[in-house]
Design a protein around this ligand. Structure first.
Ligand code: PNW
Length: 455
């Protein structure tokens, strides 16, 4: 596998602001602060006030990235650090942090890839109704314009909204994520307004290089009788976001399944959502095997969840596909990565893509200065091989970002699930690159050193 990626392939790792920054006193409150402080919402009662303290340790962390040989780093901006109330005054000190971070990256030859929204909505906007309200999309466009004005000279690629499916349906239907609502109609409103926010932000960011970010799943019907279940879950998870962004319309079958009033969707919204974009950021983790018979309503639910995120398709259940699972209980299937990339290229169009997140939670075995994580190493190896297969098929895959650079606050699971290439001891903040990080660094090194052999 080594030596055959294109010479200009982007080698990255990703994080998000709320999950790593800490320094909660130097920003406004977000919905995740409120959610984390609500008993029973996050495993262990964990919160992200300090987390990996990246806000204060970003220089060390950029040095680690340089040691790994990364050519790009995907991070997100904390909206409440830059605009504490989500509207009105911009906090220059917040923007200054991202100026320092991007300067440090550029000084080390690492491209900054900036995501504008990775789930930390200012609580002040939630108090006004949050994503189910249309106005939140307009507030996001204003925030996007302010960040763009401050950082356009430093950022290589912009991403709008990270995984709108999670923000909408885990946040407002199952309630597994902040703001923890269980209101199916509100979840669909949130999904549409997140899509609208994407389109408005693209308008604000152009002509800089910009894309949207979706989490796509490979989906298999459990038996020959389960094709309707597969159509429904594919519709909600994948097509409800890909169709408006790339085709300018919502999938009719999904709207029918939902059977809710759609008066909040305006025709002209679709033209905004379907703005031309330069690339699509694809997050890939797993494959779902689905059934129309009763059973568990989610393949990836935190222990805190009771409601289904699948609006209008609550009867669909998730069964084992018989593959090994990660510590999240997510099935490992690298062939699904190739499948989702192929699907975008053939069902939509061959738009340039990057894998913007891919990775696995496993328990780390720390032994002296070494951290052994064979499961993660194998996961990355197999998924990178799938990336190479995609490239060899002619799919325009331009880069790969491992999730995540650092162990971090894993949302409803708190600090109990570790996705990092680099181990973080949260008591001492000591960082230790894991075996998977050393392996990834070697792959990057070999691909940088050699000219591609077959392109
Ligand atoms: C993504 N699911 O989240 C996020 O972008 C990251 O912030 C997160 O840490 C990472 O994946 C690992 O979880 C997801 O339930 C959370 O299907 C939940 C799901 C998918 C993605």
């Amino acid at each position: 596998m080594t030596r055959r990626f294109p010479a200009d392939f982007t080698w990255g790792a990703a994080t998000s602001a709320h999950q790593i920054e800490g320094a909660a006193g130097l920003r406004g409150a977000s919905i995740w602060d409120t959610f984390s402080r609500t008993p029973g919402r996050v495993v262990g009662g964990h919160h992200a006030d300090v987390s990996a303290d990246h806000y204060h340790r970003y220089r060390d962390d950029v040095r680690l990235m340089a040691e790994l040989g990364l050519t790009a780093y995907r991070f997100s901006v904390s909206w409440p650090r830059v605009q504490p109330d989500g509207s009105g005054a911009i906090r220059q000190k917040g923007l200054d942090f991202y100026r320092r971070l991007t300067d440090e990256l550029l000084a080390h030859g690492i491209q900054p890839w900036l995501t504008l929204y990775h789930w930390d909505l200012p609580q002040a906007l939630e108090d006004k109704g949050g994503w189910p309200e249309r106005d939140t999309a307009y507030r996001f466009a204003d925030y996007a314009a302010a960040v763009h004005e401050a950082l356009e000279d430093r950022v290589h690629t912009w991403a709008t909204v990270n995984e709108p499916w999670c923000a909408a349906f885990l946040g407002h239907a199952s309630g597994e994520h902040a703001p923890g609502r269980r209101d199916p109609a509100g979840a669909v409103r949130a999904a549409h307004h997140l899509n609208l926010a994407h389109g408005l932000a693209v308008q604000a960011i152009k002509p800089s290089r910009v894309g949207g970010c979706v989490n796509l799943y490979a989906i298999t019907p459990a038996t020959g009788d389960d094709h309707d279940a597969a159509r429904r879950i594919d519709g909600l998870q994948n097509r409800f976001f890909l169709d408006p962004i790339l085709k300018g319309g919502y999938p009719e079958d999904v709207l029918d399944d939902m059977s809710i009033e759609l008066d909040f969707m305006k025709c002209r919204d679709l033209a905004v959502i379907c703005q031309p974009i330069d690339l699509l950021l694809v997050n890939y983790y797993s494959r779902f095997t689905v059934s129309s018979r009763p059973g568990p309503a989610s393949a990836a639910a935190a222990p805190t969840v009771t409601a289904s995120p699948w609006v209008g398709s609550e009867h669909v259940s998730f069964v084992s596909g018989g593959r090994p699972v990660t510590a999240m209980g997510w099935e490992i299937d690298a062939s699904g990565l190739l499948e989702v990339l192929t699907r975008v290229a053939f069902d939509y169009r061959p738009i340039p893509m990057v894998i913007a997140e891919n990775g696995a939670a496993f328990p780390d075995v720390v032994s002296g200065d070494r951290v052994h994580d064979p499961g993660r190493l194998a996961y990355l190896r197999d998924h990178l091989a799938a990336c190479l297969s995609a490239i060899q098929l002619g799919i325009p895959l331009e880069g790969y970002f491992a999730w995540s650079l650092l162990d971090n606050f894993e949302w409803a699971w708190g600090y109990g699930k570790r996705f990092g290439l680099v181990h973080v001891d949260f008591a001492t903040q000591r960082r230790l690159p894991k075996d998977s990080a050393l392996w990834y660094a070697e792959i990057i090194r070999q691909n940088k050193r050699h000219e591609p052999t077959d392109s």
